[in-house]
Design a protein around this ligand. Structure first.
Ligand code: BG6
Length: 468
């Protein structure tokens, strides 16, 4: 059971709250991870609490009336303009009054489900209205602010936001989050790497040929046109999810598998990443989406070749590929090991396939090691076989809201490894800013395809083959 807590969601009428935050709160109540709570939503729209909750219903699969009722009973909504201090003061008064009535101690989690361009102003208003107070990390009560990714839209804007919020609150109160870091198989990457002695000796340039990180999505940009057209694929998922995955795969062993130790190691990798080339694309119907500018050159697809300038990864290419409106939804990391020397006399049996370790994050959660084995019978034929750890087969399917259930749970517990430290953000924006100056070839692609046809040239050019 959780301690009493006020959860304040700014931007509760938006897509993120509807798809992720409200369904996650519902799941937390159902799983008894959230018991004594008050939920305060605020946004510009004139909406009732019922309307807001009803819009989130389609993202909740196992609707239990008792859980739903509990969520409803504890939910309050107030109209608020992010720019108006008086609105924040009014909200603070209301939150304090309700907390007093319910004898809550003042633990507050404020979630900014808003665009990064408002982060500075909102944070100043949170401080000035005392909705959040600057508190030491080990006090009796805690108050934390959650900033969704992307934190800024380039290095300059991220530096400005950070300079604005830093003096107002202690770092222990600031959570710049990335929901990928709470995905079951993502948190498993470090655990599997560092708790099994079989991987570490092989985890370097001597044995690894290349690493591929693929985040493929079937969905288009939906009604997120105004946001997406400004940010594009690089800021939407590469700057955060994909580079953080890369850092987790490549980092050195932390002293402990928690907070600062993991963040230190991730940061060391991120500052050594260099992008060597790539190409970008846009799906054919993109410009018809509401909120997208005619003639927009915003990319919805990208493939990149990267390197990490340190001893462990010397000469090992990291390939990154992601896009919207592709033929499948999947997030996978393939670690391709080097080929062994061929010991067969007959040339047609050579070369033997490499071993692969595949970390599947979605749609299934699994680890698969592809090995070579002998085909049964009187033959020397070699066939690939798979050794698999299927997470859902053993532990059951996770709900789509699970990332945010874990995320909110970790923030409530004060676990900072789910939050990205600013030095990590600085390095990742430097990478993206550089890619934006590279004038990568731009090609259109058909929605539902595997990407631009011309993207095949990338495989040829770099002598690689995308795995799936
Ligand atoms: C979000 C991006 O951060 O991640 C979306 O803004 C993207 O554009 C989403 O669709 C992908 O997350 P998931 O958990 O569905 O793989």
């Amino acid at each position: 059971m959780s301690e009493p807590i006020s959860i304040i969601v700014l931007g509760i009428t938006g897509d993120l709250a509807r798809r992720k935050i409200i369904p996650a709160l519902y799941q937390m109540i159902a799983q008894k991870k959230l018991d004594k709570f008050l939920l305060f939503g605020a946004a510009l729209e004139d909406m009732s609490t019922d309307e807001i909750l009803d819009r989130a219903k389609e993202f909740i699969t196992d609707s239990d009336p008792a859980v739903w009722q509990k969520l409803k009973d504890n939910f309050f909504y107030q109209r608020l303009n992010f720019k108006r201090i008086d609105d924040f003061k009014k909200l603070e008064k209301f939150v304090s009054k309700k907390e007093k009535e319910h004898q809550f101690s003042g633990n507050r989690l404020v979630y900014l489900a808003a665009s990064a361009e408002f982060y500075c102003e909102i944070t100043e208003n949170l401080a000035a209205s005392k909705l959040v107070t600057k508190l030491p990390s080990k006090g009796t009560i805690w108050q934390r602010i959650v900033y969704e990714k992307p934190f800024g839209h380039n290095l300059q804007s991220a530096l400005e936001i950070n300079a604005c919020i830093k003096p107002l609150f202690n770092e222990s109160q600031i959570y710049r989050i990335d929901h990928y870091l709470t995905k079951e198989l993502v948190s498993n990457i470090t655990l599997i790497r560092f708790t099994n002695c079989i991987f570490e000796p092989l985890w370097n340039f001597q044995y690894i040929d290349n690493v591929q990180i693929i985040l493929s999505e079937e969905i288009d940009i939906g009604n997120r046109g105004p946001y997406y057209d400004k940010y594009g694929v690089l800021a939407d998922v590469v700057q955060n999810h994909m580079l953080e995955l890369m850092a987790l795969v490549a980092m050195e062993q932390p002293k402990q598998l928690t907070g600062e130790y993991i963040r230190d190691q991730r940061a060391k990798v991120l500052e050594k990443i260099n992008i060597l080339g790539g190409s970008v694309g846009q799906y054919d119907s993109y410009q018809k989406a509401p909120g997208v500018q005619k003639g927009s050159q915003t990319s919805t697809f990208v493939q990149l070749k990267a390197e990490i300038n340190n001893h462990r990864w010397s000469g090992v290419p990291f390939y990154l590929k992601t896009g919207k409106c592709l033929d499948k939804k999947e997030t996978k990391i393939h670690i391709k090991f080097k080929q062994v020397e061929c010991l067969f006399l007959v040339a047609d049996k050579c070369p033997i396939e490499s071993n692969y370790l595949t970390i599947e994050i979605t749609p299934e959660a699994a680890f698969t090691l592809t090995l070579n084995a002998k085909k049964p019978g009187m033959t020397n034929e070699v066939i690939p076989v798979k050794m698999e750890f299927c997470h859902s087969c053993i532990f059951g399917q996770v709900t789509s809201a699970e990332d945010y259930v874990v995320l909110l749970g970790e923030i409530i517990n004060g676990e900072q490894s789910v939050s990205v430290r600013f030095d990590e953000i600085e390095s990742t924006w430097k990478i993206i800013d550089k890619v934006n100056t590279m004038n990568l070839p731009f090609h259109k692609y058909k929605c539902g395809s595997s990407g631009p046809k011309e993207a095949k040239n990338f495989e040829k050019k770099h002598g690689m083959r995308w795995l799936s």
